[in-house]
Design a protein around this ligand. Structure first.
Ligand code: ADP
Ligand code: MG
Length: 233
């Protein structure tokens, strides 16, 4: 029992989710049951409006679970106090479709902001430079986003998500704004994180070009998991 729990990054049981109140209340997720083991790259796909982003933000503890249970990295998060939730979130890295970088800050400063969320920063500049270099941006450390290409900006956003070495990485359509080659670079990088560092990556995409990196593909349709299959890779 303990061993199984210890190897699970995300465990969702009988989760339902609603937007709105009263007559306007609308269910968007239905009876979601999902177990994501550590060290895998899982792709979640499905039509627009099917509830992918809602589910991802629930898993990221950015939304409150209304019905059902959610265990993240071996901790039940339903009913956790705000301060405990903040702790859990420190082990989660987020990458969004729009990179959400601060335009007035350099690549390094954008990454350093994430390091500042820790109690004990250490040398934040050094950490930022190290991860940006790993992502092939050694010669762009002090550049501002407006001078970077789309792929470079997304890599800065990835550096920011990874600099604190989260166990779980959640990415919402990270390649949507990228050309084919940059998109491929981004997903290969995520695949390596899962393979070499045992990170768990959950990536939402409807980019068919990148499905081959997945260990597993989950399809959400109208708020329900329609298929959940191991991928041949
Ligand atoms: N903040 C919100 N308020 C009300 N309805 C929302 C909100 N966000 C999303 N929805 C609705 O929830 C459903 C799922 O949306 P979403 O999770 O964004 O789907 P996806 O990411 O798969 O496109 C859609 O019908 C959408 O209109
Ligand atoms: Mg979405």
């Amino acid at each position: 029992m303990t061993l199984i729990a210890a190897s699970t990054a995300v465990e969702i049981r009988q989760l339902n989710y609603f937007f709105g109140q009263g007559d306007l209340r609308k269910q968007v997720l239905y009876d979601i049951n999902l177990e994501l083991p550590r060290g895998q790259i899982i792709i979640m796909t499905g039509p627009s409006g099917s509830g992918k982003t809602t589910l991802l933000t629930l898993i990221g503890a950015l939304r409150t679970v209304q019905q059902g249970s959610l265990r993240l990295l071996d901790q039940e998060i339903v009913g956790l106090r705000r301060s405990a939730l903040v702790e859990v979130r420190r082990n989660i890295g987020f990458i969004f479709q729009a990179h959400n970088l601060f335009e007035s800050l350099t690549a390094s400063q954008n990454v350093e902001m994430a390091v500042e969320l820790l109690d004990n920063w250490g040398n934040k500049r050094q950490k930022a430079v190290a991860i940006l270099s790993q992502l092939g941006l050694a010669d762009r450390i002090d550049y501002k986003p407006s001078t970077l290409s789309g792929g470079q900006k997304q890599r800065v956003a990835i550096a920011r998500a990874l600099v604190n070495q989260p166990e779980l990485v959640l990415a919402d359509e990270p390649t949507a704004a990228l050309d084919k080659q940059s998109g491929r670079e981004v997903v290969t990088l995520m695949q390596n994180l899962a393979k070499t560092q045992g990170k768990t990556i959950l990536m939402v995409t409807h980019d068919n070009r990148i499905l081959d990196v997945a260990d597993r593909i989950i399809t959400l349709v109208d708020g329900r998991i329609e298929t959940d299959e191991m991928s041949s890779g």
